[in-house]
Design a binder for this molecule. Structure first.
Ligand code: ADP
Ligand code: MG
Length: 264
């Protein structure tokens, strides 16, 4: 039984800032239809990994391929054009716009050319925006101002905006920051469903181990820039090195009675 071919392949990726080796020879694969969590203590190198994959940072060494084509060191715009999306915070200034309009703005900025040549595209964008809102379960709120949404719903609009470009790979760096545990689970179970329905690949970071263990297909553990473990939630839970890294931080709980103390 062969595994699905990798959509994203990361090989020996490295990045230093001055004397700090933020990412040190990280390698992993990510397939379409897979929800992969990247976890590790603060400063482990998670965001640096994300920013090399999305083109914000140029790797010092290593290789990044999407569908076998090199993307390492390309401009963010080019990497985005090839199908690598990421979640952006819905701008606070858009609060007076409706939920649908926020998604339409995202669609417009992604298709500026088309918009200029064909003003009627606005009507199509409304349709596509509603389709996206349907996918994330917010169609009923389409015509409400964003400012009236609960925080968890705003994060869900951000997800719809990220999907506007039909990414094949979606990068979500701390998508549930500031959310209550229940909302975190709701957002990640929605993400989990979209990964399967749309066949996209998602790489995400998340502080709540409960959320990671409940929703990720597979987990990568970074510590001081190095990948110290990779595997299924059960494998990671049973991994002695992982427990050691988290020991004392009290964050690797996963389930009641697991190693560590209260969740962060
Ligand atoms: P994480 O997202 O896992 O918390 P980061 O990737 O943000 O970790 O950081 C990894 C290491 O690299 C940390 O030691 C951090 O201080 C350092 N670092 C990250 N970005 C920069 C930067 N732009 N300049 C200097 N050091 C940085
Ligand atoms: Mg980070």
């Amino acid at each position: 039984m062969s595994a699905a071919p990798a959509l994203l392949r990361v090989t020996d990726l490295s990045k230093a800032f001055g004397g700090v080796q933020a990412v040190a020879g990280v390698s992993f694969d990510l397939a379409a239809g897979e929800l992969l969590a990247l976890i590790g203590p603060n400063g482990a190198g998670k965001s640096t990994c994300f920013n090399m994959i999305n083109g914000q940072l140029r790797p010092d060494a290593g290789r990044l391929t999407l569908d076998g084509r090199d993307i390492g060191g390309l401009q963010p715009r080019e990497i985005w054009r090839r199908g690598v999306g990421r979640t952006f915070q819905v701008a606070a200034t858009y609060g007076s716009m409706t939920v649908a309009e926020n998604v339409q703005v995202a669609l417009l900025s992604h298709e500026r050319q088309l918009w200029r040549l064909w003003p009627r595209a606005a009507a199509l964008h409304r349709g596509r925006a509603l389709e996206l809102l349907e996918q994330v379960g917010l169609a009923e709120r389409a015509d409400d101002p964003c400012s009236t949404l609960a925080y968890g719903d705003i994060k869900t609009v951000e997800l719809a905006v990220a999907l506007a470009n039909r990414p094949r790979l979606l990068l979500m760096d701390e998508p549930t920051a500031g959310m209550a545990p229940r909302e975190r689970h709701a957002l990640m179970s929605l993400t989990q469903r979209l990964v399967k329905e749309l066949g996209i690949a998602v790489l995400f970071t998340e502080h709540s181990m409960d959320v990671v263990f409940a929703h990720a297909d597979r987990i990568l553990v970074l510590a001081r820039g190095e990948l110290i473990a990779a595997g299924s939630p059960d494998q990671i839970r049973a991994d002695a090195r992982v427990a050691e890294v988290y020991f004392g931080s009290g964050r690797l709980t996963g389930r009641p009675g697991g190693a560590g103390g209260a969740p962060a």
